[in-house]
Design a protein around this ligand. Structure first.
Ligand SMILES: Cc1cc2nc3c(=O)[nH]c(=O)nc-3n(C[C@H](O)[C@H](O)[C@H](O)COP(=O)(O)OP(=O)(O)OC[C@H]3O[C@@H](n4cnc5c(N)ncnc54)[C@H](O)[C@@H]3O)c2cc1C
Length: 423
């Protein structure tokens, strides 16, 4: 069997890796548009500073840990300091996000009533049909907790307002796949009593690109870089992957490209699928890398939408990853409606100024990177999931149909491979 894998980001690379681990006669044809692997995972050194243009860190789940062992990356693994607090900027001040019982007692983010209200969650009704994430969180945990930190914590990276996210297609799916039952609070308490810990935060000495580069090196004979697929058509019971310099015939194909790019590839093959894919919204994200002497310990700070500052948050790489003076700020149209029209210089200035107000420390701009498309928005356009149907032998392994985080991408690659091989 020949299997085509389109895209060599973490999803495509994980599919190739999982396929090659099975003892079958499967030939893999991996095709990547860019001249380097990794997709959104991109680590770069600028003026000696290690910057992550995409994800900043991941969790060392059992799946990631086995990959680290298989690729012999243990010595390059770097652990982040999990004990540092996460902040939220509320009412002109940085306040600790109550993610543990200790932080909940210490934080001045919620009033005593706001804290008590959270405890009522097990008594409230579970998810209701048609409910938005904002309605769900407010009803179950109270508006203080919902709007001041829970909503921004969930929706921040997607750049989408929680009142535009339907539970059924966003948080509800995530809770279901994590095995959270009727009550999130009961689930958290049970895990604490069982002594189950969240896997530690990690990265690599030279950034997360180490992982995608190592995956590519391990399978470079099966992956062609700088070879964008231009069109996919049905042929001889399988598919033809057409590129500028030749066509590959495969029996099955895995598409790991963003929704709009995938729609372009399949429009001749299946116009209905292309139209459905065209409905998924993505939000652009601006990443602004700053250097500052700000020295408070922390993982970072979230900024809820609402106009207090024109950024959605910042990651404090300098603190929890010990990266010399580096801070990453995020700008999206939800935090700064002018963001799409700003030049990179303007974006840098906006973020540096916001960072200075956030922390009280000066910052200079090291670099700016834009993702367009950035993250799947998981907004109301996700009702398109109900109409998503792919022809036999064509598989989607991407962050818009499943979990977006790197561990989730690796798990979904394994599932797709099991489907392909019928194991
Ligand atoms: C700003 C940002 C921060 C994030 N932070 C975190 C984090 O801290 N931790 C975490 O776990 N996750 C994070 N995520 C999520 C995670 O990084 C992504 O969901 C994941 O990297 C997506 O990988 P992918 O392989 O599915 O897609 P992509 O990385 O988009 O890969 C798709 C690949 O397809 C290629 N391609 C496109 N068109 C074609 C074509 N026609 N032919 C061939 N190839 C093509 C592209 O060049 C690309 O390499 C973040 C995401 C973003 C955007």
């Amino acid at each position: 069997m020949r299997v085509g894998v389109v895209g060599a980001g973490i999803s495509g690379l994980s599919v190739v890796h999982a396929l090659s681990k099975h003892d079958t006669d499967c030939e893999i044809v991996g095709l990547e548009a860019r001249e380097e692997p990794g997709g959104i995972v991109r680590s770069q050194r600028i003026d000696g500073h290690l910057l992550e243009l995409g994800p900043q860190r991941l969790r060392l789940t059992p799946g990631i840990e086995s990959l680290v062992e298989e690729l012999n990356l243990r010595e390059q693994l770097q652990f982040g300091d999990d004990d540092q607090p996460l902040y939220i900027y509320y009412d002109g001040k940085l306040r600790v996000v109550p993610l543990s019982a200790r932080a909940a007692l210490r934080t001045d983010l919620l009033s005593p009533f706001g804290k008590l209200r959270i405890l009522a969650e097990p008594l409230t009704r579970p998810e209701q049909p048609g409910e938005t994430v904002d309605e769900y969180l407010s009803r179950r945990f109270g508006t203080q907790a919902a709007r001041r930190y829970m909503g921004p914590l969930y929706s921040g990276l997607y750049g989408t307002d929680t009142d535009e996210m339907l539970m059924e297609y966003s948080l509800g799916r995530a809770l279901e796949s994590t095995g959270v039952g009727r009550s999130l609070l009961v689930w958290v308490i049970r895990r604490l009593l069982e002594g189950r810990e969240t896997p530690p935060i990690c990265t690599f000495d030279e950034g997360l690109g180490t992982l995608t580069n190592a995956l590519y090196e391990a399978h470079s004979e099966s992956i062609s870089l700088s070879r964008p697929v231009e069109n996919i058509v049905a042929a001889d019971g399988g598919y033809e992957l057409q590129t500028a310099n030749g066509t590959d015939h495969v029996d099955q194909v895995v598409l790991t490209t963003p929704a709009a790019a995938t729609a372009e590839l399949v429009k001749e093959l299946d116009i209905e699928l292309a139209e459905t894919l065209g409905r998924f919204n993505y939000n652009p994200i601006g990443m602004v890398f700053l250097q500052s002497t700000f020295d408070r310990e922390g993982i970072g700070a979230l900024v809820p939408p609402g106009g207090e500052l024109p950024i959605s948050g910042s990651t404090w790489n300098a603190s929890f990853l010990d990266r010399d003076g580096v801070f990453t700020c995020y700008v999206d149209p939800n935090s700064d409606p002018e963001m799409p029209n700003r030049t990179n210089d303007e974006l840098g200035e906006v973020a540096a100024e916001a960072f200075e107000r956030l922390t009280g420390s000066e910052a200079s701009v090291l670099g700016v990177h834009r993702w367009k498309p950035g993250m799947p928005a998981y907004d109301r356009s996700w009702t398109a999931m109900d109409d998503l149907s792919t022809p036999t032998g064509l598989h989607l392994c991407t962050n818009y149909v499943d979990r977006a985080g790197i561990p989730g991408r690796i798990r979904s690659a394994k599932r797709v491979v099991e489907t392909i091989l019928g194991t």
